[in-house]
Ligand binder design. Sequence first.
Ligand SMILES: *[C@@H]1O[C@H](CO)[C@@H](O)[C@H](O)[C@H]1NC(C)=O
Length: 506
Amino acid sequence: MMSDGFQHLGGAERVTCTLILSVFTAVLGSLQFGYNIGVINAPQKIIEQSYNETWIKRQAGVGEPLPIDQATLTTLWSLSVAIFSIGGMVSSFLLGTLAEWLGRKKAMLVNNLLAVIGGILMGLSQYCQSYEMLILGRFVIGAYCGISSGLVPMYVGEISPTRLRGTLGTLHQLAIVSGILVAQIFGLDVIMGTNELWPLLLAVTVFPAVLQATLLPLCPESPRYLYIIRKEEGKAKHCLRMLTGRWDVTKSLMEMKEEKRKMDMEPKVTIAQLFKMASYRQPIFIAIVLQLSQQLSGINAVFYYSTSIFIGMGIQQPVYITIGVGIVNTAFTVVSLFLVERMGRRTLHLLGLAGMSGCAFTMTISLALLEKLPWMSYISTVAIFGFVAFFEVGPGPIPWFIVAELFSQGPRPTAMTIAGFANWTSNFIVAMTFQYIVELCGPFVFLIFALLLIGFFGFTYFMVPETRGKTFEQIAATFRRNPSFLDWEFKQNGTELEYLDDDSTV
Ligand SMILES: *[C@@H]1O[C@H](CO)[C@@H](O)[C@H](O)[C@H]1NC(C)=O
């Protein structure tokens, strides 16, 4: 895919410095998204100890100070990890409004305020003896990430020339996984994963925010936004000229005119309509379950908690395995960029789910046998690497592709919002409950994920059509030919006449 893109470098699609600068500036946001996913993994024990000390200090003067009890500590830490997703969930609903009202560029600029506030709150929490500040900071930085994870692909997609759109779009994903990796490396005890430096580790996210805010004024606004939404043709032309380095931008303008015409033909769909109309019901149900399959696979249990999982297993130097996870994750993101272009979405998702499930079973067995057979720790390490690799092949990227491909222009933005909501919600559930489940089931925690993954495999096998290279009409026809149990419900209610064939009557 990369090669496809860059073949055109010498041709009609020149890569200008402005384009490179704008893409680079934008994906700083994706880098921060990844960073804040990975950053709380390695220093968990250190920060927990600091919560404990704060707890003890606060009782000073009130009799004999008692250390924090394990249950309270688990709750406080789970909340610190998970509230990030609540921030993301809330802000992903504001994303659409913000991007239309301020424009892509100004929205990114303003969003950096959240990153700075979040970073400062987390960085000063230790100094101020307040874990509440850290939790609040995680919420604010989560809100930042919810907005930037939507804005960055939107902006990059809109400023890229058609032929480079796919290639440049993948930089968003690559920046996220690199961010996770960087966070895991910074979290090493020889770098910032220490009793003194962990507040800095969390606050580092302020630097890319400041850098982005400095560079953004040099970047042009999205011409598509200016032309299609603001209807400012002159400004759109100016930005197109900056991005393409050419005076004559008629071709790009024609493309946008065509896009605008298509958009006007297909009005936007509200959330309520999306659930009410029969023709959307099955696709939106599939979109939601696919997002659940991504998060309930347990992937973020690994990204948020792998170090403590490995400590629990009695493995030496758990942080290095966590970094191994980050490296495998980055490598397989690149592999998957090539695969997605060549193989069907459905096939890749099935492959990924089956592989993850196999690895989760292996992990369960090896963890259970660890006491008797210490070399099982190698098996479980390989299994956790495989788990992450299969994630990046299937459940990582594919749910987003399929949602985009199941819906045409009109309902797509709303469908993406709902998919995002399902994603952040299930992300929260895993982040919040994982430690409790570990306390309950010990090594069998991954058995739960293995079984869920089998369930999602079955769902994908029976319910999800192949979307790659198909038109929306063809996909819609698949749903009509294979009415699901959802449609059955309607037949029972005796309302099928309205819904059976003609979507336009609804
Ligand atoms: C809290 O700190 C005290 C004293 O340093 C220690 O004895 C106790 O085990 C710690 N509690 C937890 C839950 O880590």
